[in-house]
Every structure is written in structure tokens, then in C-alpha cells.
Design a protein around this ligand. Structure first.
Ligand SMILES: [Zn+2]
Length: 259
């Protein structure tokens, strides 16, 4: 398996993680979204966590306990990233990671998180900071060849481009056909066992969310607008329709007729 690349952003800096680092991050996030700041309470514990060895220098949140895990010293972008997840979790914006709809929710959330960090740090996105390559920047001839990859997470990411093309061309049959193929990629990924599917899902979510958020950032769509649309419409439209009928047209800079 490829060695994951770590993205370091311009305007980023290294910080010591403590309670006020997290509280400041949450304050910045509230300001960016235009919502009132809440008073959050935290306790700090030091521990070694073996389970994160395959994704070093990063943090994560335990969905059930709402515990934030971060390295003692890390980049501010990593703190802001996990704080943005925490912000949504603490406001009961659904947090799911898994099959089907859960995957698309995670893509929506991760896109918002990346865009939020970009807005706060006002950085320029590096051009290629992902595991598989930006499927929106790879020539379609190369994409087609790479669809033969044995790695289902790679195929899923690359296929999204053709799926989006079919969507924007309003070719429903083609869209349904490719959607079924990408659902098959996910089923195959799940059949590889827990560790491989977790790494595969991380690759999928990180790669697509970075591409999505860098496109939105380039189009000057602020995190505040995406946050507003998510809280207003995800439950109303459903995760799948929100992703394809709202988010993707914004990402691709196209309008789409919703029938
Ligand atoms: Zn994340």
C-alpha cells in the first residue's frame, strides 16, 4: 500500500495542544460560521495511543465518547480540523462513518471541515496533497486506465469524476450505472477486513474532501455558506441528494436542474 502523504499548508504553524488551544479553535470556528460561541468544558489527559500509528501526526475524535485525541504538539491546521469535527458533533449534526449514506455524510462533513480550516488560516491549497491524486486534475484518459486498479478505494475516487460528469450532463442512466459501480467498489472495500477498509475509507474521504474544499475555496465559496446549507438542508434533502444535487454543483461551478 502507498505511504500516505502528510499535507503541510502555508500559513500553518506548530502549536502545543492544551485546553485553551482547543477553546480558541472552537471560538474561531464559531466566528467563521457566524454562530454564537458556547462555553465548552474540557479536561486534558495524557496517554499513548497505539491505534493511531498508521496515521501519524494526526488527530481524531471518538464519535461515541466525543473525546478529542491530538498529539501534544502539532500543526494548528490539525487542531482546527479536529475542533471543527467536535463543533459539529457537539451540535448534534449527524456524525457517521461507514457504508452508503454514512460515507456521503462523511464526505460532506470532511469537505466543510477542510474548507473551515482553509478559511481560518487563509492558506493556499497545495496542488497535490492526497493519497490517490486529485481526480479532477487527472486527464480522463489516464483516469480510465487507472480504473483498472486493484485497490477499490482508488477506483471509487477516480470514478467520482465520471459520476459527476454524468450528473452534470443530466444523463441519469449513465449516473445510475456508474453509481452502482462505485457502490460495488465500497462493498469490495468492506470485504477486505476492518483495518484495510478503514484505511481505504480514510483515503477516499481525505482525497475527495481536499479536492472538494480546494475547488470551493478557489470559487470563493466560504465555509459559512456551506455550514448554513448543511444545517438547513441535509436532513430535508437526505445525505445523498444533498451531496450530488447541492454540493457537487457548487464544487464544479455548475448549475443543475433539480426535478
Ligand atoms: Zn476529518
Amino acid at each position: 500500500m502507498d505511504v500516505p502523504k502528510i499535507s503541510v499548508y502555508e500559513s500553518d504553524r506548530v502549536v502545543n495542544v492544551n485546553i485553551s488551544t482547543i477553546k480558541n479553535a472552537l471560538r474561531d470556528i464559531s466566528r467563521i460560521y457566524g454562530v454564537p460561541i458556547r462555553d465548552y468544558e474540557f479536561t486534558l489527559e495524557h496517554e499513548t495511543y497505539e491505534g493511531m500509528r498508521h496515521i501519524p501526526h494526526q488527530g481524531f475524535i471518538e464519535g461515541e465518547t466525543k473525546r478529542i485525541h491530538l498529539p501534544k504538539t502539532t500543526n494548528l491546521s490539525v487542531v482546527l480540523h479536529e475542533a471543527a469535527h467536535y463543533f459539529m458533533l457537539s451540535r448534534d449534526i449527524p456524525f457517521e462513518f461507514g457504508k452508503g449514506e454514512g460515507l456521503y455524510f462523511h464526505l460532506i462533513e470532511e469537505t466543510l471541515v477542510e474548507l473551515t480550516v482553509a478559511d481560518i488560516l487563509t492558506y493556499r491549497f497545495p496542488s497535490m496533497v492526497d493519497f490517490i491524486g486529485d481526480h479532477r486534475q487527472i486527464p480522463s484518459k489516464v483516469l480510465k486506465q487507472r480504473l483498472k486498479s486493484k485497490d477499490p478505494s482508488e477506483r471509487f475516487v477516480l470514478r467520482q469524476r465520471f459520476l459527476e460528469d454524468a450528473l452534470l450532463a443530466e444523463n441519469n442512466d449513465e449516473f445510475d450505472r456508474i453509481k452502482k459501480e462505485s457502490d460495488d467498489d465500497i462493498s469490495q472495500l468492506f470485504s477486505l477486513g476492518k483495518e484495510k477498509h478503514e484505511i481505504g475509507l480514510r483515503k477516499i474521504v481525505a482525497t475527495i474532501a481536499l479536492s472538494n474544499s480546494s475547488q470551493l475555496y478557489k470559487r470563493s465559496i466560504p465555509a459559512r455558506r456551506l455550514f448554513y446549507e448543511i444545517t438547513k438542508d441535509v436532513l430535508k434533502l437526505g445525505v445523498h441528494d444533498f451531496y450530488f444535487l447541492r454540493l457537487i454543483p457548487l464544487v464544479r461551478g455548475c448549475r443543475i436542474q433539480v426535478s
